[in-house]
Design a protein. Structure first.
Length: 147
């Protein structure tokens, strides 16, 4: 919520960026960044963290479940994974269509501080929490690469 003072677009983008970086790999970053955008938008629409927590939990449950099923039967894992992915695509597309038709798919620029993009990004990336996060991230990368 503290980032919302810089605007909703910036808050969702910056949070998604950190969420992606927290996943530790380049391939993990790309997927997690886009998931972070969805989660951020869910928080924005609902004014609550709970939808994002639920979506994240379900995603992790799906990934863990498919891995475990794959240990038993690769064919079953592929079939179940495909069913879930296609159902998600259909439901997600339907949700986006509904949001667009009801004009609920938008951000407000309400109470955002009027900062130019350079100052907004500088304030975010040079903030103490961000610097600590980057330091921890780099530390974990170093540990993984030392092994």
């Amino acid at each position: 919520q503290p980032l919302r003072r810089y605007g909703d677009h910036f808050a969702v983008f910056a949070t998604a960026l950190v969420f992606g970086l927290a996943h530790g790999t380049v391939s993990g970053f790309v997927f997690a960044f886009f998931v972070g955008l969805v989660l951020g938008y869910a928080v924005f629409l609902s004014e609550s963290l709970w939808p994002a927590i639920l979506i994240h939990f379900l995603n992790n449950l799906y990934a863990s479940g498919i891995t475990e099923i794959g240990n038993i039967s690769a064919n079953a894992a592929i079939l179940i994974s495909n069913i879930i992915v296609y159902a998600g695509l259909v439901l997600g597309t339907g949700a986006v269509v509904i949001l667009v038709l009801t004009r609920s798919l938008r951000f407000s620029q309400g109470k955002a501080r009027q900062l130019v993009n350079g100052k907004r990004f500088k304030g975010f990336f040079l903030s103490v929490p961000m610097l600590i996060s980057v330091a921890v991230f780099l530390f974990f990368i170093a540990i993984v690469n030392i092994k």
